[in-house]
Design a protein around this ligand. Structure first.
Ligand code: GSH
Length: 213
């Protein structure tokens, strides 16, 4: 069975759980407590030299880190990752955007302002930059989504899942989404699709997942 090493409140880890719920793939979830340094033990660093979650363990003992690489691997062959080369490249385009621009501003703000005790004081010097870059990112998403329902090909793909994970909790990082109606409508659209699960969701032991993808 697939194993996913993760922290429940991490947006990057949520991407993988949401995708696996949609694929109906059974998996074992292994909690890694970053605040207690469980990601920096010699054993964990053997699995992922970067010491980060999420991390996928495949049967046979191979490991794959990086949330978007994990999704690209798991979604292959499903409707969540198109076969057509240009559509596939567009999915990658938005996943690179997510990692290069979105996660370092919107994801980082939530991590430090919501999840880390005393994070606001520790990272005061970063807040203005996160806000400037994060609102620019939301503007890009708003322009794109004002003319289409999803990021690529008019249908849900892993590009949407990558961007949804941190955007739906952007307010926990002090972002105000009121002036981004197309982004808000897209968030509602994604959450209304079958087999959607929230960030709190974890597979119960023996739970039967239904493949809708
Ligand atoms: N680009 C990576 C980022 C992974 C990442 O930064 N994970 C955080 C949790 S959200 C982590 O493990 N931080 C612990 C550390 O860097 O020591 C991904 O998308 O998976």
């Amino acid at each position: 069975m697939l194993k996913v090493y993760a922290m429940q409140s991490s947006g990057n880890c949520y991407k993988v759980r949401l995708l696996l719920a949609k694929l109906g793939a059974p998996f074992e979830l292994i909690d890694v407590d970053l605040l207690r340094g469980e990601n920096r033990t010699p054993d964990f660093l053997m699995k992922n030299p970067e010491g980060r979650v999420p991390l996928l363990e495949l049967p046979g003992g191979r490991y794959l880190p990086e949330s978007n690489a994990i999704m690209f691997f798991l979604a292959d062959g499903s409707p969540l990752l198109p076969d057509e080369p240009l559509a596939r490249a567009e999915v990658l385009r938005w996943m690179f955007f997510e990692q290069h621009s979105h996660e370092p501003s919107i994801g980082a703000a939530r991590f430090w302002l919501k999840l880390v005790k005393g994070g606001r004081e520790l990272r005061t010097h970063d807040i203005d930059r996160w806000m400037e870059e994060g609102y620019a990112v939301l503007g890009v998403m708003e322009r794109h989504l004002s003319r289409r329902p999803f990021f690529v090909d008019g249908t849900l793909t892993i590009a949407d899942i990558a961007l949804y994970a941190h955007t739906h909790v952007a307010e926990e990082g002090d972002f105000d989404l009121r002036t981004f109606p197309a982004v808000r409508a897209w968030l509602d659209r994604v959450a209304a699709l079958p087999s959607h699960v929230g960030m709190d969701w974890r597979p119960a032991a023996g739970e039967q997942l239904v493949n809708i993808a």
